[in-house]
Design a protein around this ligand. Structure first.
Ligand SMILES: [Zn+2]
Ligand SMILES: [Zn+2]
Length: 296
């Protein structure tokens, strides 16, 4: 065979979307466990924001960042004053993200709140200090992105706001620049101790995985109940599971070329270790469904 033709053939094969077949098969099976979204009520995200979602096919066409030898680590950058309980939450979040996306996840040394100047801070409606999230993305993270970072997310203990007209935001991320920020301020109902520790972890892993999903070009999900659904308030966040629906799972499995069953089993171990029972029940249901359908 002509060498040029051979090279071209190899190139076409490596670029072809053949490996989406397995992800599509997975999506079809898992869809039986998807839970329908209810029609949105006033104050809920989809009531305020008309979104059309993103199909698996649309995802394949949007050229998401994909792991490679040069980009394969998720970095978490704590910003603020964290006690040991809060720092351990960040470590447990790293553990979760490493399983969910199959990417090594590292926690960097904590930066002081003074990294955000007064011009990018304000006192919010509740009387609490808030940090301007886009400042953190554009002036802190984009200027210090670690060499192998496929995603680089700050975690703050202070509240965030995205622009002056908004009350607050749980997190913010970019689709292409691979940076984002999540605040844990509202996850502990303004103060964390051993009694609300688990709910705080549940919320932090949900929002962190959601923001990092955006960094991998996954849009808000309107397909089913899903960690990639947009949320407007903490009760709405709590109503979402730490489960990616069939469509969003297919996006992750396809992009990161993960062993689905192994990933689900590791998620089960994680949820069971931290006693996140509702999330564990859903993962177990997915494992059982795949087993029943003979998915390998
Ligand atoms: Zn979002
Ligand atoms: Zn979804």
């Amino acid at each position: 065979m002509n060498k040029l033709l051979y090279v071209l053939l190899i190139f076409l094969i490596s670029c072809s979307p053949n490996d989406d077949k397995k992800a599509r098969e997975l999506m079809d099976i898992l869809s039986a466990n998807d839970e329908m979204l209810h029609s949105p009520s006033p104050g809920e995200w989809l009531y305020e924001h008309k979104e059309k979602g993103q199909t698996f096919k649309e995802y394949l066409l949007c050229s998401p960042v994909t792991p490679s030898d040069s980009l394969n680590i998720i970095y978490l950058q704590p910003i603020g004053d964290f006690d040991s309980l809060k720092l351990s939450l960040i470590q447990y979040t790293a553990e979760y993200l490493q399983i969910l996306y199959g990417c090594k996840t590292k926690v960097l040394r904590t930066l002081n709140n003074s990294i955000v100047p007064d011009s990018a801070k304000r006192i919010g409606r509740d009387g609490n200090e808030q940090l301007l999230a886009p400042y953190i993305l554009n002036e802190v993270l984009k200027k210090s992105i670690p060499k192998k970072a496929i995603a680089y997310m700050a975690i703050t203990e202070k509240d965030l706001y995205p622009k002056p007209s908004w009350n607050f935001v749980f997190g913010l991320a970019t689709y292409k620049a691979r940076v984002g920020v999540t605040s844990m301020y509202r996850f502990a109902d303004y103060g964390m101790d051993s009694t609300n520790y688990r709910i705080c972890l549940r919320r932090l892993i949900k929002t962190s995985s959601h923001e990092i999903g955006h960094m991998f070009s996954i849009h808000h999900c309107t397909h089913a109940l899903c960690a990639m659904n947009g949320t407007n308030h903490i009760a709405e966040t709590d109503s979402k599971p730490n489960r990616f629906c069939s469509e969003c799972t297919a996006k992750v499995i396809w992009n990161f070329k993960l062993d689905t069953l192994n990933r689900l089993k590791q998620l089960h171990s994680y949820f069971s270790k931290y006693k996140l029972t509702d999330d564990d029940d859903r993962i177990m249901a997915d494992i059982q469904l795949l087993g029943k359908e003979g998915y390998k």
